[in-house]
Design a protein around this ligand. Sequence first.
Ligand code: ACM
Ligand code: ZN
Length: 717
Amino acid sequence: MLLTALMASALTLATQPPATLSLIPKPVSVTQASGAFVLDEHVVIGTDTASRPAATLLSGWLKATTGRATKIASKGSITMKVNPSLAKLGAEGYQLEVSPKGVSLSAPKYAGIVNGLQTFRQLWPTGKVPKFTLPALKIEDQPAYAWRGMMLDVSRYFMDKAYVLHFLDIMAAHKLNVLHLHLIDDQGWRVEIKKYPKLTEIGGFRGEGAAREGGFYTQADIKEMVAYAAARNITIVPEIELPAHTLSAVCAYPWLACTGKQHTMPTTHFISDDLYCAGKATTWTFLSDVLGELCALFPSPYIHIGGDEAKYTKWKACPDCQKKKTELGLADEKALQGWMTREVEAILAKKGRRILGWDEILRCGVSPTAGIMPWADPKAAGDAARSGNPVMMALTDHCYFDFPESKLRGELQGAGWRPPVTLQAAYDWNPVPTGLTPEQQKNVIGVQGCLWTDMFLHKPELKTNPGPALYGDYFTLPRAAALAEVAWTSQSQRSFPDFTERMKRQYVRYSDYGWNFRLPLPELVRNGNQVSAVCPIEGGTVRYTTDGTDPTASSPELKGTVTVTRFEDFKAITLAPDGKRTSLIFETVAAANQFKQYGTKLGEWKSGKVGDRKPLPVEFDATGLISSDGTYQVTFVYTGGRERLDIDKVEVFRNAETTALATDTHHGFTGGAKKDNAYTLKINGYQTGARFTVRAHIYGDEGSDSNGVVLIKKISD
Ligand code: ACM
Ligand code: ZN
């Protein structure tokens, strides 16, 4: 009697399991049973030797959630065991059982134990709780794809070891299992190579004086990262770009390129045509040495050799490259790149490794053993799968997370040469190209998200706290969750509405873990004059305004429905349960399009931030808005304040250049009346990936109390 009462109170004291499980990625099979397990101070983790690193991870998570250290022993109420007789679950599958008596996690291999552990953690309540109950259930699960990758470009923007370890935690939480490290590019060489110390001494840093920046991983750092990843079932695949994207190496050792010319490390983004010389024997000694040290550091079965975007201008003019091409009887430089790729493949094959490269290597002629990573050319995916090559899908429109999720006001600016990659775009696609036989379909071995950082090069805010997490986490989350589900859950079990429903708790998990995720906008439903909202995060609220001002955390909460008379003035945001993090602003198309005739919003000027009777330069980031050569019009539209705005001059700058690419000097103003308030700028010198800045010399005519909007529009090619 007494015992029963005690047990009942223990159950009610512990946080009850949520009604839905909200597991991401969605498992193959979940069978719920009756009863629950109470996870309290009596819990012991019982593990076999093989699962011990996973048990250590679990005890760390339990400490963060319950505030208590949990004992690890050979027997306990949470058991973890590698069991080869479960081979039917595949290399990474697992079985997780929760009953009132305990939790049992078993898998044919360690990889499955780690995957199951991530699912187990998602069964816990969010927040910090000393004890909680878990619903009785049985989960059997295994991934759809073997390659579930994320690429991190640490070359263009150096992310230190601490951030890489943090990124590995983000990946592990999503059961992603390949970290493709883009270690080398024109703007930085990031891995210590003992035989060639200048690669990092010179190639690891750029800029002068206070603007100097960079860094690299020592071989000891790499060993630590590889081990940290392995404990989380992640393989680190290094990428050594060749023959292009190698200016950092050429700056260190000019003899690597055709001309031997000494270059200085670039401080802006561009793609150099100083390729490794294909015709000089010294190139091959170098590559063989570097690949040797690399293979000793990274145990991955694949080594990524890049192969993208090679411009052959220097090869065409190089006597050594031309001699090699003739000697080999090759038709052109593309074939020379193909030869180089196969030579590198042979060097790596002797070390028991395979190569993997961007889709261009397929067009240069590769063997069917080379992995192909389609990015720009979707057709390459089908062609590669038909030729029997392993294919890892990384298509820009679904997988490039350096593109922002939207073009909304206030969005962090990323790459702009393709449309934004929305969460739905990252989710709603089938990695298997159409028109393949079932056998050919098996060659598509996985998917990968890519976080390029060439746009980060120019972000001054990254030089201060919170550093790389500001952009790295924000661009990765939540799209990594979409990627995880594309990679893990079979196509027939996936649906975007079901995914967004489960994401409501995932955002709270991100909050608990302290990750800088992008909180989505509220979903608004309009019926005549009535507006209601769906909050995209569990425990969050939707805040709104109807007077045209931007909503904040303290704006009224939108509960049920509200009546809105002027939709142009209706705005709403999501507010996270922490009461701090907010989404970008939802505004009606009418509000967003108020100034549409003048083009896209470039920015705003604000009271106090413009010159007081004297011109003051104010800058606007036009990257992504200036997207090709041509004539652009920049228009100033006054919206409020005591003063009209006067404009003396508007200039456009590329990257950090000090000479303007275009200038329009004339006097104009905008206020109660307006005159000549549009500026015409002819851009000749557009470069992919370059940053563009509009600098306006503006002032209030009698003070600086002026507000308005600046818009940009392309008016001719
Ligand atoms: C690439 O984005 N150049 C692979
Ligand atoms: Zn050459």
